[in-house]
Design a protein around this ligand. Structure first.
Ligand code: MEV
Length: 329
């Protein structure tokens, strides 16, 4: 038998980094996916093909799968280890690939974890009703990101648009209007592990400055949280102008935390100059991607502006008509 699955990447519309400290975030799955194809084969070897990380038919012994390391193949090995907690090891042939760049802030490692765990669990005949996908995906994500909030694996597993709060509060948000986004990829790899740890150091050394921006405290509403709540209202009311303005504000907060970079700023300002309703970095920052909220009629114009500023545009739409759910083929 061959088992296939796919899971969507994501954009964080509001609340990256602050979500690590318990503040809510709004995340949306996108119509770009990561795919996994898995087959049980005879023998005691695991063959992995992952063109996005330049791996072509690489063979691993069972012992090598169990060894933990820090290479880009670790998420794939991590998924196999998680499933081998539920099923005896067997020979495997695995192929994974993505419609969007890896390490670009679009949740490629979370989408890979969800798609591969789904395909593996299906191939091993594991009862899906008792299978805690989020728990296993979170364990895999920890290998790559250290101490993730869980927002990436949650949105990749749920699809749609969600309000998320650590550890597992999810409120699906129903958009009445389609939001047209142009994602701008800087081409610079952004390490979420590094930026999350950078913000943690900043929080430890300057708590009186950083806490009021992002860290959750029940008695006061923080800047990041105020923006988030207003953004939910703006989405409900389909007030795109306000939503864009809040995205600009959110980018300002993230910039004040030091997680932007010149490549992201160039794309953010190019998109705004070309008429975007709002633009901000998305995900961990220090490279990776930004997003611009645009009128449908401006999608091409803003994409061109991103190209002129040195980035790669990815056009996407979220909301009622979006194909952004995980799939068990
Ligand atoms: C990464 O997509 C989002 C961050 O908030 C990290 C996390 O939530 O784990 C930067």
């Amino acid at each position: 038998m061959v088992s296939k699955a796919s899971a969507p990447g994501k954009v964080i519309l509001f609340g990256e980094h602050s979500v690590v400290y318990g503040t809510p975030a709004i995340a949306s799955a996108i119509d770009k996916k990561t795919h996994a194809v898995v087959e049980i084969v005879s023998g005691d070897r695991v063959e992995i093909t992952a063109p996005d990380i330049n791996i072509e038919s690489k063979i691993f012994s069972f012992e090598e799968v169990q060894e933990k390391g820090d290479t880009s193949i670790e998420a794939i090995k991590g998924c196999i280890r998680e499933i081998w907690k539920l099923h005896n090891p067997t020979g495997l042939k695995i192929r994974v690939w993505s419609d969007f760049p890896m390490g670009s802030g679009l949740g490629s490692s979370a989408a890979l974890a969800v798609a591969l765990l789904l395909a593996l669990s299906k191939e091993y005949g594991i009862d899906q009703s008792g299978f805690d996908m989020q728990k296993h995906a979170h364990e895999v994500e920890k290998i790559i990101h250290g101490n993730p909030s869980g927002v990436d694996t949650t949105i990749s597993g749920s699809g749609g648009v969600i309000h998320f709060e650590k550890p597992d509060k999810i409120i699906p948000l129903e958009l009445k209007t389609t939001l047209h986004l142009v994602i701008g990829y800087t081409g610079k790899h952004g390490s979420t592990k590094k930026t999350v740890s950078f913000v943690r150091q900043l929080m430890d050394s300057h708590p009186h400055r950083i806490k009021p921006i992002i860290s959750q405290k029940k008695e006061i509403l923080l800047e990041a949280e105020k923006i988030m709540l207003e953004a939910e209202e703006a989405m409900e009311e389909s007030d795109l102008k306000k939503l864009g303005f809040l995205m600009d504000l959110s980018h300002g907060l993230l910039n004040s935390l030091g997680v932007s970079c010149i490549e992201l700023e160039n794309l953010v300002f190019a998109a705004r100059k070309a008429g975007a309703l709002g633009a901000k970095l998305t995900g961990g920052g220090d490279g990776g991607c930004m997003i611009a909220l645009v009128k449908e009629s401006d999608v091409d114009k803003i994409s061109d502006a991103i190209i002129s500023a040195g980035g790669t545009p990815i056009k996407t739409a979220i909301g009622p008509a979006s194909d952004n759910k995980r799939e068990n083929d």
